[in-house]
Design a protein around this ligand. Structure first.
Ligand code: BG6
Ligand code: MG
Length: 215
């Protein structure tokens, strides 16, 4: 059975996708690259470095190494500006309840996020102490869909991958979980997340035991 729940952060626990989008959009504008909300789907779950590569490819343009580094720094500065007011009111509906249900059921709880800002954000949301392990963008070398982030999370809490359940909102994250041989609940649209073990629109009103019964 499931003994560990691994949560993605952005788009699963907190509604930060819109701030990532605004910061990337601002950067794309500054580079003269057209970047739409639809393009932004490609960046969900994807690391900062890989996201910039995708944007440059969309614009059929390139940056030299120092400019590339500077663009990453600039994007994060803007992102941090946008999340300066972030607080528990932006926890996504149902996320906190499912965290509590996992805890009450005696399961391990881990974070598996590409974000290098994960600890800062969890502190702002007052959720840091809900996690037994945090594997974030500072701890992995291979971006989702590589399974590294989820495998490291499972190993940090000493649970076999086959006993782990991942919650993900991004196609790259669903693939990463499947590559880790874990069960995965996709939160969002079936067209994007169809390969997940189960797809739900979001966690609102969901009960962990009911979700697990459907896997
Ligand atoms: C993921 C987001 O969780 O983290 C991506 O879905 C983001 O949009 C990635 O690019 C990296 O985040 P950060 O905070 O390190 O720039
Ligand atoms: Mg996400």
């Amino acid at each position: 059975g499931i003994r560990c729940c691994i949560f993605d952060l952005d788009g699963v626990i907190v509604d930060t996708a819109k701030y990532h989008y605004l910061a990337w959009k601002r950067l794309a504008d500054s580079l003269g690259v057209t970047f739409t909300e639809q393009d932004n789907e490609l960046l969900k779950g994807v690391s900062r470095v890989e996201s910039l590569k995708i944007i440059l490819k969309l614009g059929q343009t390139s940056l030299d190494a120092p400019q590339f580094e500077q663009a990453l720094v600039q994007k994060n500065e803007w992102y941090l500006e946008y999340i300066a007011q972030l607080d528990a009111s932006e926890i996504l509906p149902g996320a906190e309840a499912v965290l509590s249900q996992a805890r009450d059921a005696g399961m391990k709880i881990a974070l598996g996020s590409a974000s290098k800002n994960a600890v800062l954000i969890l502190k702002r949301l007052n959720l840091l102490d809900r996690f037994d392990a945090i594997i974030d963008g500072n701890k992995v070398t291979h971006a989702k869909p590589d399974p590294e982030v989820f495998l490291n999370a499972a190993s940090a809490v000493d649970v076999a991958p086959s006993d782990c359940l991942v919650f993900e909102d991004a196609a790259a994250g669903v693939e990463a979980a499947l590559n880790a041989k874990m069960k995965v609940i996709g939160l969002g649209e079936a067209e994007v997340l169809g390969r997940a073990t189960l797809v739900l629109p979001d966690l609102a009103e969901q009960q962990l035991n009911h979700m697990i019964a459907q896997l």
